[in-house]
Write a new protein. Structure first.
Length: 194
């Protein structure tokens, strides 16, 4: 989980940010990105891909990451913008915003996936980066927890879709609710609902 950070430091980079997103696939809600910078030599054996953690464990690690990180930046793109520019461009825009919102300027980015972002900082993309880099995994946890919290708030506004349970993903119950009630303001109109 530390090899990518170590290699970047061996190459002379000092401030390394891991970048990841949550919410590319759901039918509703925003895509949320996070960028996380840890101190040099940081280790935590519990930080891993957010999808492999229970909600309780994610919440506990979210607090630890917030305490331990040098800086955390966030980016969020709403459903209406996703519909206008597409999910890939929305994801990259959220990531760019997250990096721009860091209080400490990174000199190297480790980005989950295959796409770099349009920002003048040295970058490395990592397929399954949230399973291979502690910084990217931390960003995945921050993004996932914050997005889940947002969807819990949306549940209060739109309880008929049960966002509390499905977080906007296309579960059978969610798709049936859309058939019954139609789409609400936070649904992505460009996403097909089978």
């Amino acid at each position: 989980m530390y090899g990518f950070e170590l290699r970047a430091r061996w190459r002379g980079f000092d401030v390394i940010a891991g970048v990841d997103e949550a919410g590319r696939g759901p039918l509703a809600g925003p895509v949320v990105a996070a960028a996380v910078i840890f101190p040099s030599g940081y280790t935590n054996g519990e930080i891993r891909d957010s999808k492999k953690l229970t909600p309780l464990k994610r919440d506990a690690l979210y607090k630890i990451i917030r305490d331990d990180a040098v800086s955390i930046g966030l980016g969020l793109i709403e459903a209406s913008v996703i519909d206008r520019i597409n999910i890939l461009q929305a994801t990259l825009a959220a990531m760019k915003t997250a990096v721009s919102n860091l209080s400490t300027q990174p000199d190297y980015l480790l980005i989950d996936g295959t796409n770099t972002i349009d920002i003048p900082i040295q970058q490395e993309t990592i397929i399954k980066g949230d399973s291979l880099s502690v910084s990217v995994a931390a960003a995945s946890i921050i993004a996932k927890v914050l997005r889940d919290q947002l969807m819990d708030r949306y549940h209060v506004l739109y309880p008929q879709y049960n966002f509390l349970k499905n977080k906007g993903y296309g579960t059978k119950e969610h798709r049936e609710a859309v058939k019954q009630y139609g789409r609400c303001k936070i649904h992505r109109k460009s996403f097909r609902i089978k």
